[in-house]
Design a protein around this ligand. Structure first.
Ligand code: SOE
Length: 365
């Protein structure tokens, strides 16, 4: 990349830390930041090493030197802020869920297409080399016809009734909590690795705590159990929970085909299990023996653990490469964000109605 990308950030919380670290690794200039108040913005700029804090998003958007804005605010603000970024002619990286409704997500996809900007969503687990390896094996036909898919994403940071966060309240987080926050990663990963689409879902959702400290009414779910079917004829199950004691960020994906099975575990991302009737094996992340796309994302030699932050940096690096006009395979765009929002809405609808719900396709450009 010839020109250094100048990046701005809206939001200075946990994701602000992850994004600025990744942007620095991708050799961007950390030009500006906006937080929930000017004083918080100044503190965030100092803490994260960002050059300038702006009092408002409008002020930051008026700075012609900034190429891309990362939107890292509570979910209900994503649509309005990302639309403003696009209207200012800048590229945008917007946290997931892209929006709190598919109507808003549709508007974002349309606006980004119309403006011709790069608009991406951090479905970062796509950027683990062994996820790319799994995808390459499916594409090469090694897995055979896909029969079953089992995905789970379990966390425990909301296990206690005293645990609270803006995601708990539907007004800031949106109607879905667990599925929108982490189930969205899971469905994105399933479609990315298998190349198949989730066509319909049946679901059961639970809110185990109707009240939490700080919320007299919790309108969002703690856990989701989902059954689904795919375009290629496979069937699958998903279990998503933010109240699973001891599970920190346990995203697991098991795919079983007519020739072999594949198993990826996000907490142990440096290997992929390949199951066979005879001679199952654990493939280590050794760039010399991986498919090209997996080897490209392998930034440290085999045997040197690589994880979440490197995956994030690779996502940001590929987003910036796209801004610079380079083509990058597997970059999650607003269309993929819309897709996850549609599946989230279908899961809620299926749980409420007790019926199967079909998922509408996102048309190609
Ligand atoms: C919290 O559930 C969280 O930080 C999610 O918001 C992220 O998307 C996920 O990657 C890790 O967990």
């Amino acid at each position: 990349m010839s020109k250094m990308i100048a990046a701005g950030f809206v939001g200075g919380g946990f994701m602000g830390e992850v994004h600025t670290r990744a942007a620095r690794a991708a050799r961007a200039r950390l030009s500006g930041i906006v937080s929930s108040s000017p004083s918080r913005g100044q503190i965030a700029a100092e803490r994260l090493g960002v050059e300038h804090s702006f009092a408002t998003l409008e002020e930051m958007l008026a700075d012609p030197s900034i190429d891309v804005i990362h939107v890292l605010t509570p979910n209900a603000l994503h649509a309005e802020q990302a639309l403003a970024v696009i209207a200012a002619g800048k590229h945008v990286i917007c946290e997931k869920p892209l929006a709190v409704s598919s109507v808003e997500a549709d508007q974002l996809v349309a606006a980004a297409r119309e403006a011709g900007v790069t608009a991406t969503v951090p479905f970062v687990y796509r950027f683990h080399p062994m996820v790319r390896e799994a995808r390459a094996r499916v594409q090469a036909g090694d897995t055979g016809r896909l029969f079953t898919i089992n995905g789970s994403y379990l966390q425990d940071w909301l296990l206690d009734q005293a645990d609270h966060n803006w995601r708990v309240d539907a007004a800031t987080g949106g109607a879905s909590r667990a599925f929108a926050d982490i189930g969205s990663h899971l469905v994105d990963l399933i479609e990315f690795v298998t190349g198949e689409r989730i066509t319909r879902v049946a679901a059961s959702l639970r809110t185990f705590f109707d009240t939490r400290v700080g919320s007299s009414h919790v309108g969002t779910e703690d856990a989701d159990a989902v059954v689904f079917e795919t375009s290629g004829g496979a069937i699958g199950t998903l279990l998503v929970s933010q109240v699973a004691a001891g599970r920190k960020n346990a995203l697991r994906l098991d795919i079983s085909g007519s020739r072999e099975s594949l198993s990826f575990d996000q907490e142990h991302p440096d290997s992929l299990w390949v199951g066979r009737r005879k001679a199952s094996l654990t493939v280590p992340r050794d760039p010399a023996h991986l498919h090209p796309d997996a080897a490209r994302l392998s930034v440290v030699p085999g045997g040197h653990p690589q994880g979440y932050q490197e995956a994030f940096a690779a996502f940001i690096g590929d987003s910036y490469a796209s801004i610079a006009g380079e083509a990058r395979d597997g970059l999650p765009r607003f269309e993929d964000g819309l897709r996850a929002v549609r599946i989230t809405e279908a899961v809620i609808q299926a749980s409420t109605s007790g019926q199967w719900v079909e998922i509408e396709e996102v048309p190609n450009e």
